[in-house]
Design a protein around this ligand. Structure first.
Ligand code: NAP
Length: 294
C-alpha cells in the first residue's frame, strides 16, 4: 500500500507535480489557498483538505510547493499549519525555493515534534513539472532521503542528495544565479542581433549547437521570439531567488557582483508592472535600453 502524500501549493509547478503523484498511484490529499485550483486534481481522485494542518493529519509525507520563505513558514508553522497536524514519524518535504537559513529554522521546529524535514527544491521549469523530468536537489538526513526518493522520482528524472537540511536550497540558489546570468546574456545577445537587423530565428539556429547552446537558450529563445511572456517562471520569483542568493553571499562573505546587477535589472522589470510575467521579459527591458520600442 502506497504512502499517503499531502501536497500544499498547487501553482504553476505544484499542480502538475501533484498530478504526476496521482498518476504514479499515490493516494493524495491536497490543499491550495485558492481552493478552486484543486478541482482538476479532485476530479483525478485527490482528496481536498481545508488547511495545511488537515493535510498533515492524513498524510505520511507532506510536500509544500509555495512561493518564498514567509509562505513556507506560514503553511508549516503558522496557524492551522502542518506542524499542528503532522504525526510523529511523518516527513515534511519542502520543494519551494527559499532561504536555506529559514529551512533550517523550520526543520528545527519540526524536529521538536519528531517530524523530519527535507528541502528538495527543483529546476526544470513548468515543462519539467508537467513531464516529470525535474532536477531535484535535496538536503536532509540520508535515511529520510532514501525513504522519500521513490516519491521524488515520480516528479523528477534527477534526484540528488547534496547534503544536510538546507543544502538543497544552497544548490538551488547556485542554479538560479547561473540561469539568471544565462537569461541576461541571451536577452542582450538577441537585442543586439535584432538591432543589427539579423533574423533572430537564424541566429538561434546558427548558435544553438555551439558553446552558447543549452537548456536556457532552448527554453527561452522561442518564447522571446514569439513575444510570449506568459509564465513559465514569474520574474518576481526569480528576483526572490537572487535576493536569497545575495543574502547568503553576505552571510558567507562571498561577493556576487553579477547576481547583484541582474537582481536590479529584474527588479526594474517588476517596477514596470511585469512582475507576474515570465523572467524572459527582461528582454523587453534591454530593448527599451537599446531604444527599441518593443
Ligand atoms: P506560483 O504559480 O505563483 O504558485 C505559488 C503557490 O503558492 C500557489 O499555490 C499559491 O496559492 C501558494 N501560496 C502563495 N502564498 C501563499 C500563502 N501565504 N499561503 C498559502 N499558499 C500560498 O509559483 P510556482 O511557479 O508554482 O513556484 C512555486 C515555487 O517553485 C517557488 O518557490 C518558485 O521559485 C519555485 N520554482 C518555480 C519554477 C517555475 O518555472 N515556475 C521552477 C523551479 C522552481 P494561490 O493559488 O492561492 O495563490
Amino acid at each position: 500500500m502506497s504512502k499517503t502524500i499531502g501536497f500544499i501549493g498547487l501553482g504553476i509547478m505544484g499542480k502538475p507535480m501533484a498530478r504526476n503523484l496521482i498518476n504514479a498511484g499515490y493516494p493524495l490529499v491536497v490543499y491550495n489557498r485558492t481552493a478552486s485550483k484543486a478541482e482538476e486534481l479532485v476530479a483525478m481522485g485527490a482528496r481536498q483538505a481545508n488547511s495545511p494542518q488537515a493535510v498533515a493529519q492524513d498524510s505520511e509525507i507532506i510536500i509544500t510547493m509555495v512561493s518564498d520563505s514567509p509562505e513556507v513558514e506560514q503553511v508549516i508553522l503558522g496557524s492551522s499549519g502542518v506542524i499542528f497536524g503532522a504525526k510523529p514519524g511523518s516527513i515534511v518535504v519542502d520543494m519551494s525555493s527559499i532561504s536555506p537559513i529559514v529551512t533550517q529554522r523550520i526543520a528545527a521546529e519540526l524536529a521538536k515534534k519528531n517530524v523530519a524535514m527535507l528541502d528538495a527544491p527543483v529546476s526544470g521549469g513548468e515543462i519539467g513539472a508537467v513531464q516529470g523530468t525535474l532536477s531535484i536537489m535535496a538536503g536532509g538526513d540520508e535515511a529520510i532521503f532514501n525513504e522519500v526518493k521513490p516519491v521524488l522520482e515520480t516528479m523528477g528524472k534527477s534526484v540528488v542528495r547534496v547534503g544536510s537540511v538546507g543544502a538543497g536550497g544552497v544548490a538551488k540558489l547556485s542554479n538560479q544565479i547561473i540561469v539568471a546570468a544565462a537569461l541576461q546574456g541571451i536577452s542582450e545577445a538577441l537585442v543586439l542581433a535584432q538591432k543589427a537587423g539579423v533574423d533572430l530565428s537564424l541566429v538561434y539556429e546558427a548558435i544553438k549547437g555551439g558553446m552558447a547552446g543549452g537548456r536556457t537558450l532552448d527554453m527561452k529563445t522561442p518564447k522571446i521570439m514569439a513575444r510570449n511572456f506568459d509564465p513559465g517562471f514569474k520574474i518576481d520569483l526569480h528576483i526572490k531567488d537572487l535576493k536569497n542568493a545575495l543574502q547568503a553571499g553576505k552571510a558567507l562573505g562571498v561577493p556576487l557582483p553579477t547576481t547583484g546587477l541582474i537582481h536590479e535589472l529584474f527588479s526594474a522589470c517588476s517596477a514596470q508592472g511585469n512582475g507576474q510575467k515570465d523572467h524572459s521579459v527582461v528582454f523587453t527591458l534591454i530593448e527599451q535600453m537599446a531604444g527599441i520600442a518593443g
